[in-house]
Ligand binder design. Structure first.
Ligand code: HEC
Ligand code: HEC
Ligand code: HEC
Length: 336
C-alpha cells in the first residue's frame, strides 16, 4: 500500500515537473526523470522505446518485475551480452553507473523507469541501492543458498513448516540484533508469524559464521524479495554481539550446566552460581575452573568452543542478580 502511494506521488510529481514547477518538490530528492534524460536517453530514447541494439524499457517485464534486486544490480554494474525482451534479442553494452550516480540518483531513475510510459511497479529505495553496492551482497547470496534456502526457499517465501523471510517484520526491523541473535543461536518453536504457527527448529550457527558473513547474510535477506531494510555492516554485528552472546550463553547454560547448577543458578549437585563471588570475581580463575573442571565439575575444554565458553561465562556473570564484566573470546583463548 505504502509503495503504491509513493508511485502515485512520483507520477504526480513527474507531471508537475514537466510543467516546469519542479521546485515545488521541496526536499532535495533527485528527480528520476532528469537523471534518465541526462544519462539514459542516448540509447534507450526519451520515451523508453529503445531501438537498434538498445532494448525498450517501456513495457519491459525485466524493468517491472516485483523483485527489483537484479534490476538494481544491473544499473549499478552494467551488463553485456544477449538479452531477450518481448521475443527480440538485444546484445550491446549496458554501462554500469556505480561510479557516476549516487544511491539516491540510482534509486530515483529506477523508480522512474518502473513508473513511466505505462510501467507500474513499486519504487526502489536508496537503502536498497546502498545494500546492493556492498561487496558482501554477493557473498550473502551464496551463504543464503548454502545454509538457509533449503528451508526458507530461494524465494524467501518459506513453506508451511518454515516461515517466510520476505516481508517478515523481524528481518526488516530497524535494529537487526534480534534477528542476528536468532540466526546465530537458532530458536525452537512455537512462534506465530502472520497468523500462522511454526513449530520447527531453526538451527544454530555459533562459530560457523564470521561477523562479516553475518553482515553479508543479514544485508542480503533484508534487501531481497521486496524487503527494503538498511544494510547491516560488520560494525553492526559487533555492536549486537553482547545480545547475541547472552542468547548463546543462556542456551549453553541450559543445555550443559543447569542440570547441576539449577535453572536459576540456585545450585544442586554443584554450588549456587547466583551471588557466588568466585563467579563474579577474577575472570581468569573462573575460566580456568570451567575449562579444567574441579572434582566432580567436568572439564569443558574441547566440549565447548571458545566462543561458547566466553558466552556462558558472560551469562553466569550477568544473570540472577550477578553483575560482573563480560568475558571475551580472547580471554578464553589466552587461558590455553
Ligand atoms: C551506451 C548505451 C546505453 C546507455 C547510456 C544506457 N543503456 Fe541501458 N542498456 C543498453 C544495452 C545495450 C542494454 C542491453 C544489455 C544486454 O544486452 O545485456 C541495456 C539494458 C538495460 C536494461 C535491461 C533491460 C532488460 O530487459 O534486461 C535496463 C533496465 C537499462 N538498460 C536501463 C538503463 C538506464 C536506467 C540507463 C541510464 C542510467 C541506461 N540504461 C543507460 C545500453 C545503454
Ligand atoms: C532446517 C531448516 C532451517 C534452516 C536451514 C534455516 N532456518 Fe531459519 N527458521 C527455521 C524455522 C523452523 C524457523 C521458525 C523457528 C521457530 O519456530 O522459532 C526459522 C526462523 C528464522 C528466522 C526468524 C523469523 C521470525 O520472524 O521469527 C530467521 C530470521 C531465520 N530463520 C533466518 C534463517 C537464516 C538466515 C538461515 C541460514 C543461515 C536459516 N534461517 C536457516 C528453519 C530453518
Ligand atoms: C555434573 C555436574 C556439573 C555440571 C554439568 C557442571 N558443573 Fe560446574 N560444578 C559442579 C560441581 C560439583 C562444582 C564444585 C566443584 C568443587 O568445588 O569441588 C562445580 C563448580 C563450578 C564452578 C565454580 C564455583 C565455585 O564456587 O567455585 C563454576 C563457575 C561452574 N561450576 C560453572 C559451570 C558451568 C559454566 C557449567 C556448564 C558449562 C557447569 N559448571 C557444569 C558440577 C557441575
Amino acid at each position: 500500500m505504502k509503495s503504491w502511494a509513493i508511485v502515485v506521488m512520483l507520477a504526480t510529481v513527474t507531471s508537475v515537473a514537466a510543467l516546469g514547477a519542479s521546485h515545488s518538490l521541496g526536499a532535495a530528492a533527485p528527480d528520476g526523470r532528469a537523471v534518465f534524460l541526462q544519462n539514459c536517453t542516448a540509447c534507450h530514447e526519451p520515451e523508453g522505446e529503445g531501438g537498434g541494439p538498445y532494448p525498450p524499457l517501456a513495457g519491459d517485464p525485466n524493468v517491472t518485475q516485483a523483485d527489483s534486486a537484479s534490476l538494481v544490480r544491473l544499473i549499478l554494474n552494467g551488463r553485456s551480452g544477449p538479452v531477450s525482451v518481448d521475443g527480440t534479442q538485444y546484445g550491446g553494452d549496458m554501462p554500469g553507473w556505480r561510479a557516476q550516480l549516487s544511491d539516491a540518483q540510482i534509486a530515483a531513475v529506477i523508480t522512474y523507469i518502473r513508473s513511466a510510459w505505462g510501467n507500474n511497479a513499486p519504487a526502489v529505495s536508496s537503502e536498497q541501492v546502498a545494500a546492493a553496492r556492498l561487496p558482501e551482497t554477493l557473498t550473502g547470496a551464496a551463504i543464503f543458498t548454502l545454509k538457509c534456502s533449503a528451508c526458507h526457499l530461494p524465494s524467501g517465501q518459506g513453506t508451511d513448516d518454515f516461515p517466510a523471510l520476505a516481508g517478515d517484520a523481524l528481518v526488516t526491523a530497524a535494529d537487526p540484533s534480534a534477528m542476528l541473535g536468532i540466526i546465530v543461536n537458532g530458536r525452537t518453536g512455537p512462534v506465530v508469524l502472520n497468523g500462522k504457527t511454526y513449530s520447527g527448529i531453526m538451527p544454530a550457527w555459533p562459530g560457523q559464521l564470521t561477523d562479516a558473513d553475518l553482515a553479508a547474510l543479514a544485508t542480503y535477506i533484508r534487501s531481497r524479495w521486496g524487503n527494503h531494510a538498511s544494510p547491516v555492516t560488520e560494525e553492526d554485528v559487533i555492536a549486537a554481539g553482547p545480545t547475541i552472546s547472552l542468547r548463546i550463553g543462556a542456551s549453553v547454560f541450559a543445555n550443559n550446566c543447569s542440570v547441576c547448577h539449577g535453572n536459576e543458578g540456585g545450585g544442586g549437585v554443584g554450588p549456587a552460581l547466583a551471588g557466588n563471588a568466585r563467579v563474579t570475581g577474577d575472570p581468569d580463575a573462573l575460566l580456568t575452573t570451567i575449562m579444567q573442571g574441579k572434582s566432580s565439575m567436568p572439564s569443558w575444554r574441547g566440549q565447548l568452543s571458545d566462543g561458547e565458553i566466553a558466552a556462558v561465562a558472560t551469562f553466569i556473570r550477568t544473570s540472577w542478580g550477578n553483575s560482573a564484566s563480560a568475558v571475551s573470546v580472547q580471554a578464553v583463548t589466552a587461558i590455553k
